[in-house]
Design a binder for this molecule. Structure first.
Ligand code: SF4
Length: 225
C-alpha cells in the first residue's frame, strides 16, 4: 500500500567526506548529491548528475539512513545538481534537521529562499556571465538571498572578466561584503592555484572571504569525495 507521506527524490550519490568549499570548509560532512540540473555551467564538476542516468529514485528515509550508516559527522550537505529544482527537497531538509545539528544546501540560487531554520545554511552560488547562458536567472533572487538569514554567496572566479562581473553583480544586488566568498575556478589543483592570486587580491581589496577547494587539492575532480 502506498504511503502518502513518503517523499521520493532522485539521488546521484551519498558519501562521507569533508566539506571542501564555503564557510564550513574542512568540517567532516555527510553529502547527499541529488540528480538533476539544467543550469548548464561549462565548468560544472558534476555533469554526471544532469541526466536521469546519473541517479536513482529513493525515499527521504532511505537516503538519510544510507548516509547515516557511513559514520558520524556534524554536518549534512545537500548538493547536486541543483537541489532546489526538486520539489521533495524541503521534506528532505525537514527530516535532516531532526538528525544533524547543521545542514547546508549548495544552490545556484535559481529558485529563491522558501524555508528557514536557524540550523539550515545556504551556500548560494549564482553564475557569472562567462559560465552559462542562464546566468541572469541565477541572480533573479539574489536580493532575497542577500536578506535571508544563513545565506553565503560563493562566486567562482577564473579570470579578470569574472572578477569584474562579480563586483558589478554583488553591488547591483546589494549583497553585503560579509556575505561574499570568492573561490578560484578549477578542476585541477594547478588551475585553482593559477586563479588564486586574483581571488586573494580581490578579497583583500573588497573585504570578501576566500573559499578553498579542498576536495580538488586532496583528490582532484573525482566522484564520491
Ligand atoms: Fe553544475 Fe551547479 Fe552549474 Fe548545475 S548549477 S550546471 S550542478 S555547477
Amino acid at each position: 500500500m502506498s504511503r502518502p507521506d513518503v517523499t521520493t527524490l532522485r539521488v546521484s550519490e551519498c558519501f562521507l567526506s569533508i566539506q571542501g568549499e564555503g564557510p564550513s570548509a574542512g568540517v567532516p560532512a555527510h553529502f547527499v548529491r541529488l540528480q538533476g540540473c539544467d543550469v548548464g555551467c561549462h565548468w560544472c564538476d558534476s555533469k554526471y548528475t544532469w541526466g536521469v542516468s546519473g541517479g536513482r529514485e529513493s525515499t527521504v528515509d532511505d537516503i538519510l539512513d544510507e548516509v547515516r550508516a557511513l559514520g558520524d559527522a556534524p554536518l549534512l550537505v545537500v548538493t547536486g545538481g541543483e537541489p532546489l529544482q526538486h520539489d521533495g527537497v524541503y521534506g528532505l531538509l525537514k527530516q535532516a534537521l531532526l538528525r544533524w545539528p547543521r545542514v547546508e544546501v549548495e544552490t545556484s540560487g535559481i529558485i529563491g529562499p522558501r524555508m528557514h531554520d536557524e540550523r539550515l545554511y545556504w551556500n548560494v552560488s549564482p553564475k557569472l556571465p562567462g559560465v552559462t547562458a542562464r546566468w541572469e536567472e541565477t541572480w533573479r533572487h539574489a536580493g532575497e538571498w542577500a536578506r535571508a538569514e544563513n545565506a553565503t554567496f560563493k562566486l567562482v572566479v577564473g579570470n579578470e572578466q569574472d572578477r569584474d562581473d562579480a563586483l558589478r553583480l554583488v553591488a547591483e544586488h546589494g549583497v553585503p561584503a560579509s556575505r561574499v566568498m570568492l573561490m578560484p575556478e578549477g578542476l585541477t589543483d594547478d588551475q585553482v592555484l593559477a586563479h588564486a592570486p586574483l581571488v586573494v587580491d580581490t578579497c583583500k581589496a573588497h573585504g570578501f572571504r576566500m573559499s578553498p577547494r579542498l576536495h580538488i587539492w586532496l583528490w582532484g575532480a573525482r566522484r564520491g569525495v
